[in-house]
Design a protein around this ligand. Structure first.
Ligand code: F6P
Length: 323
């Protein structure tokens, strides 16, 4: 294998640039030519492909976002679209591809390889941390630190005004961001899709806390919670406690940006190097991951299909800390 390409796909994540840098420099280290594909699968279809050199990835390890841009491509879901993408790869003589993204990215890669034979290796890049086969996905650590910093600021004004704040965080239909950031920011309640929300229990907890002169409260709600997002939780609690001042903060895409944390930069660099070496070992249709500090390979099918459960120890910790 002499020519490989890399692209970023799906929601961007802090650390993607550190990963692109590691892929390029590992490829060059092994004497490969490395190409960058802009805008994910859509750029592959359009042949938006450029050679990358060591200098191309200088001074990006600390930057959020992705220099290769990202997108979601409906055209790639069609056989014709994937054929156009194959034509583009052939035009540049690309023999292997590193796909950085989440479950949608890896599913598309599986289909493409089964149709065209070009080997893909995936790197888990999503702030949601919802991929099976790795302890953490690239971007997750930075996102939860962003949430904690934001909630610390919200707590200042909640305390000044004796208010209850309902803070909505991302995570799509997973509660990983909400759980860890909720524990770290000392939330009075954490709402995650993986557990049934008991609003009576939450109401009792709040009343007990207010009875102990705890005048302000912080609730963290995962956007995918079955009860609904922050708006629904607010409506329910304001109905139960009409006299209590409440406010909502939806953190949104703030969680997707920012300079990647040290943990994310190192994770991204390790997985970027591992992905290139996996291709060189003639392995493909797998996602590289880090489990208990070791690099592991997980078939795409498993990485996207297995539901990841929240750590029971963390759930117990969250419940215990709010007595
Ligand atoms: O998958 C990452 C993520 O940030 C989710 O947490 C969120 O629900 C979604 O992407 C938002 O997608 P978009 O950037 O297309 O609005």
């Amino acid at each position: 294998m002499k020519r490989i390409a890399i692209f970023t796909s799906g929601g961007d994540a802090p650390g993607m640039n550190a990963c692109i840098r590691a892929v390029v420099r590992t490829g060059l280290h092994h004497g490969l030519e490395v190409f960058g594909i802009y805008r994910g699968y859509q750029g592959m279809i359009e042949g938006d492909i450029v050679p990358l050199y060591s200098a191309s990835v200088s001074n990006i390890i600390q930057r959020g976002g992705t220099i290769l841009k990202s997108s979601r491509s409906a055209e790639f879901l069609t056989k014709e679209g994937r054929q156009k993408a194959m034509n583009a790869l052939q035009k540049y003589g690309i023999e292997g591809v590193v796909a950085m993204g989440g479950d949608g990215t890896f599913h598309g890669a599986s289909v493409f390889t089964s149709e065209h034979g070009v080997p893909f290796v995936g790197i888990p890049c999503t702030i949601d941390n919802d991929l099976y086969g790795t302890d953490f996905t690239i971007g997750y650590d930075t996102a939860i630190n962003t949430v904690v910093e934001a909630v610390d600021k919200i707590r200042d004004t909640a305390t000044s005004h004796n208010r209850l704040f309902i803070v909505e965080v991302m995570g799509r239909d997973a509660g990983f961001i909400a759980l860890r950031s909720g524990i770290a920011s000392g939330a009075d309640a954490i709402f995650v899709p993986e557990t049934q929300t008991d609003m009576n229990y939450v109401a009792k907890q709040l009343q007990r806390s207010w009875a102990r002169e705890r005048s302000s409260s912080i609730l963290i709600v995962a956007e995918g919670d079955e009860f609904g997002g922050a708006m629904e939780v607010h409506a329910e609690l304001q109905k139960r406690f009409p006299e209590k001042e409440m406010r909502i903060s939806i953190l949104g895409h703030l969680q997707r940006g920012g300079n990647p944390s040290c943990m994310d930069r190192v994770l991204a660099s390790r997985l970027g190097m591992a992905a290139v070496e996996t291709l060189l070992e003639d392995k493909h249709t797998v996602m590289v991951g880090l489990r208990h500090r070791d690099i592991t390979l997980t078939p795409f099918e498993s990485a996207v299909k297995h539901n990841l459960s929240l750590n029971p120890g963390l759930l117990k910790l969250a419940e215990t800390m709010v007595i």
